[in-house]
Design a protein around this ligand. Structure first.
Ligand code: ADP
Ligand code: MG
Length: 258
């Protein structure tokens, strides 16, 4: 069921991020293949968001190495990553409130194409297929002229995913994309992620909903206190005693907090 990763599109080697004395991430080795959803599971504070921040160069690494298609990008500036094919969504929605939904999605394409001045006109003429495709896949065509503040939480999160897709990434990192969504919105997002996976998009997915992770991910990587504690087929990982102790035990008491 779990194929060995032969040529990963994205890999981390012994990645560590320390904040003073806090070892938020402390020696993570991950390998993500094309067309794979790798889920990262762990209790609050286990270092999931920090790991995504490290992979997207938003925090400095204390040690370790990042590679994309085998090429080192450990010191690449974060604003260059979209051009290299890495896009992400954040744990809290980060849309620009003064811009329309369409303009927010365009921003993703801008980062990729670097042609901001002409883009608005091109989109109007339907000449930017990556924006049109991102809008179509995420089902946000009806809200393009609205402002983010008018949207339901679930719709705003889909706009964030559209913005990431507009950069035509090969790797997409999602930090709790269904947090705050109702059950049917969650299912829609899970379906979308699986469709993108089937088209070859590699995804690193952080989510608290264990059932969704088991249903959606090809592999799971469980972490606790900054280190990996289990990795493999989702059904096996969630049964691991160390995962049950670290994650499921705590989740029973502290579900829902961040
Ligand atoms: P998760 O996403 O798994 O809930 P985080 O990566 O957000 O965990 O946090 C991991 C640990 O690192 C926590 O102890 C958190 O308080 C700490 N941490 C995260 N970001 C910072 C920061 N910028 N400065 C100091 N400590 C941080
Ligand atoms: Mg987090």
């Amino acid at each position: 069921m779990t194929a060995p990763v032969i040529a990963p599109v994205l890999a981390t080697g012994d990645v560590a991020v320390h904040f003073g004395g806090i070892k938020a991430v402390d020696g993570i080795d991950l390998a993500l293949a094309t067309g794979e959803i790798l889920g990262i599971l762990g209790p609050n504070g286990s270092g999931k968001s920090t790991l995504l921040a490290a992979v997207t160069r938003l925090v400095p690494l204390t040690r370790g190495r990042l590679t994309l298609d085998g090429a080192d990008y450990t010191t690449a500036p974060p604003h260059r990553l979209a051009r290299r094919g890495i896009a992400r969504t954040f744990q809290t929605v980060r849309l620009l409130g003064d811009l329309t939904v369409l303009e927010n999605v365009q921003l993703g394409a801008d980062l990729h194409a670097g042609r901001a001045a002409r883009l608005r006109e091109l989109v109007r003429r339907g000449a930017v297929p990556e924006v049109a495709a991102a809008v179509e896949r995420t089902g946000i065509g009806d809200v393009l002229d609205r402002c983010p503040g008018e949207l339901s939480y679930g719709t705003a999160r889909r706009v964030e995913i559209a913005r990431a897709l507009a950069a035509q990434p090969r790797v997409l990192l999602l930090d709790e994309p269904t947090a705050g969504m109702n059950h049917s919105e969650r299912r829609e997002v899970a379906d979308l992620l699986r469709r993108l996976r089937d088209e070859g998009l590699a995804q690193l997915l952080v989510e608290h909903d264990v059932q969704m992770m088991v249903d959606t991910c090809d592999r799971l990587f469980a972490m606790n206190e900054g280190v990996g504690i289990a990795e493999g087929a989702p059904a096996d990982v969630v049964r691991e005693p160390a995962v049950q102790r670290a994650y499921l035990g705590k989740a029973a008491h502290g579900a829902g907090d961040r």
